[in-house]
Design a protein around this ligand. Structure first.
Ligand SMILES: *[C@@H]1O[C@H](CO)[C@@H](O)[C@H](O)[C@H]1NC(C)=O
Ligand SMILES: *[C@@H]1O[C@H](CO)[C@@H](O)[C@H](O)[C@H]1NC(C)=O
Ligand SMILES: *[C@@H]1O[C@H](CO)[C@@H](O)[C@H](O)[C@H]1NC(C)=O
Ligand SMILES: *[C@@H]1O[C@H](CO)[C@@H](O)[C@H](O)[C@H]1NC(C)=O
Ligand SMILES: *[C@@H]1O[C@H](CO)[C@@H](O)[C@H](O)[C@H]1NC(C)=O
Ligand SMILES: *[C@@H]1O[C@H](CO)[C@@H](O)[C@H](O)[C@H]1NC(C)=O
Ligand SMILES: *[C@@H]1O[C@H](CO)[C@@H](O)[C@H](O)[C@H]1NC(C)=O
Ligand SMILES: *[C@@H]1O[C@H](CO)[C@@H](O)[C@H](O)[C@H]1NC(C)=O
Ligand SMILES: *[C@@H]1O[C@H](CO)[C@@H](O)[C@H](O)[C@H]1NC(C)=O
Length: 367
């Protein structure tokens, strides 16, 4: 009896020791922190203590996460799952984390993101880091659906940098009405459209550095103007300083106050304009309109010239006709006479052919 009791006590001690920290993890109750870093884990370990507020399971081999992975973690406020191999996030994966404020999924390979992947029961999520998190550009459609369906109305920061995004689906952020910071740097965005940023009235920071913007036409400028309180970063884009860029350059000059890197923006193309400050371009290409008008004038002149030449050729032709009028008359009479002879000949043959006796005679003669 005593033996059994000893064993139970021993086991309870041992189990509580084990329960206090999962294998291959480091736990600090005082700091409310659990770290399982670069330990080759293939799934989220069980037995994470309830006091945990900061949970780091980074640099492992986790590939799939779902609601069953994260149970009983009511107190977790910061969760980092960065540098794993997560390719699929199921619906309601984080729903049970009722205190979750910051979720870091950066450096993963998300190919499948379910519509309610980021739903958190309490709408407590404030920061979502998806930097270098998407497998390829195709995942952006899933992401757009998920940003819409996951009730992220309280989200303040979204990092979508380094994702190779080519375009942003229309209204992708329209349900993030409290978003303040949006990182889109190091993607391949080529354009800003009407409604790309709709719904982001409260945005304070928008980072578009290192994208593929050659210019921003009027439509995009209107869209950026619809973010009244947002400071912008636009550096490291391949701005092409040919004529069409003028509205953008003038807009830059006008909006300098809210463009953090306005002074550093330079043309990338054409080669002759490389490194020219974009702020100077507005005045440099003011000649653009004149050049355009000049080109139009040249074009007009050449049409007029072509007209004159054609008219002249026409006149010469008529003149030649006039000089030859007698010859032409003669030829016409000749042609008329020839026609009459031909007609009469034909008529004659026809009469012969239509006389049955004659035709019979000719055919019997043939035989
Ligand atoms: C969360 O923390 C509070 C106090 O810090 C504690 O009472 C509670 O048991 C914790 N929740 C869980 C699931 O352990
Ligand atoms: C938790 O996240 C917040 C931002 O959401 C941050 O200020 C804080 O430093 C983080 N705590 C830890 C321990 O990383
Ligand atoms: C909801 O989240 C807030 C923090 O954002 C927290 O104070 C509150 O206790 C949470 N409510 C529930 C029911 O967990
Ligand atoms: C997101 O994660 C990346 C890499 O882990 C980090 O460099 C970046 O600062 C994070 N973004 C934010 C907004 O904290
Ligand atoms: C993204 O990856 C998926 C799966 O490998 C593939 O079917 C799709 O064509 C890829 N899309 C792009 C834009 O590369
Ligand atoms: C941009 O992202 C690509 C991967 O998409 C990465 O290889 C490259 O180093 C990043 N560039 C910078 C300047 O961060
Ligand atoms: C942009 O969208 C608004 C409605 O949201 C519409 O009135 C406007 O014509 C659109 N502009 C362009 C250039 O598509
Ligand atoms: C452009 O400027 C950078 C740094 O300001 C310099 O390293 C580079 O050589 C310049 N390129 C040209 C073509 O002037
Ligand atoms: C830029 O704006 C300033 C006023 O803020 C103006 O004096 C200057 O001429 C403008 N430059 C160009 C190129 O339009």
């Amino acid at each position: 009896m005593l033996d059994l009791a000893q064993r139970i006590v021993f086991c309870a001690l041992l189990c509580s020791v084990y329960a206090s920290c999962p294998p291959r993890c480091e736990c600090s109750e005082a700091a409310h922190t659990v770290k399982c870093v670069s330990r080759d884990l293939r799934s989220i370990p069980t037995g994470i203590p309830g006091y945990t507020r900061n949970l780091f399971i980074t640099g492992n081999q986790i590939s799939r996460i779902g609601p069953e992975s994260l149970k009983g973690l009511d107190n977790v406020t910061n969760l980092s799952l960065s540098n794993n191999r997560i390719s699929e996030v199921e619906s309601h994966t984080f729903a049970g984390l009722r205190s979750l404020r910051s979720l870091d999924l950066s450096n993963n390979q998300l190919a499948v993101v379910h519509p309610e992947a980021f739903t958190v029961q309490n709408q407590s999520l404030r920061e979502l880091n998806l930097s270098r998190a998407l497998y390829n550009h195709s995942s952006v459609m899933d992401l757009a659906t998920s940003l819409r369906w996951s009730s992220l109305g309280t989200l303040k920061g979204l990092d979508l940098s380094h994702n190779g995004l080519i375009y942003l689906p229309s209204r992708i952020f329209s349900h993030l009405s409290n978003l303040r910071r949006l990182q889109l740097s190091n993607n391949s965005l080529v354009a800003i459209h009407n409604s790309t940023f709709s719904g982001l009235e409260r945005l304070e920071e928008l980072d578009l550095t290192l994208n593929a913007l050659k210019t921003v036409p009027e439509e995009g400028l209107r869209e950026l103007d619809s973010l009244p309180s947002a400071d912008l970063l636009l550096g490291e884009n391949p701005f092409t300083c040919s004529c069409g860029i003028e509205p953008f350059a003038l807009w830059l000059n006008r909006s300098q106050g809210r463009i953090g890197d306005a002074d550093g923006l330079v043309c990338a193309f054409p080669a002759s304009m490389r490194n020219t400050s974009m702020l100077a371009v507005g005045s440099l290409t003011l000649g653009c309109h004149q050049w355009g008008a000049g080109a139009a004038l040249v074009l007009q002149t050449s049409y007029v010239f072509l007209g004159i030449v054609l008219g002249f050729i026409g006149l010469v032709f008529l003149f030649v006709l006039y000089l030859n009028r007698k010859g032409i008359k003669k030829r016409i009479y000749e042609m008329r006479d020839a026609g009459r002879e031909l007609w009469e000949g034909h008529h004659y043959r026809f009469e012969i052919d239509s006389d049955p006796r004659l035709s019979q005679a000719s055919s019997s003669a043939d035989v």
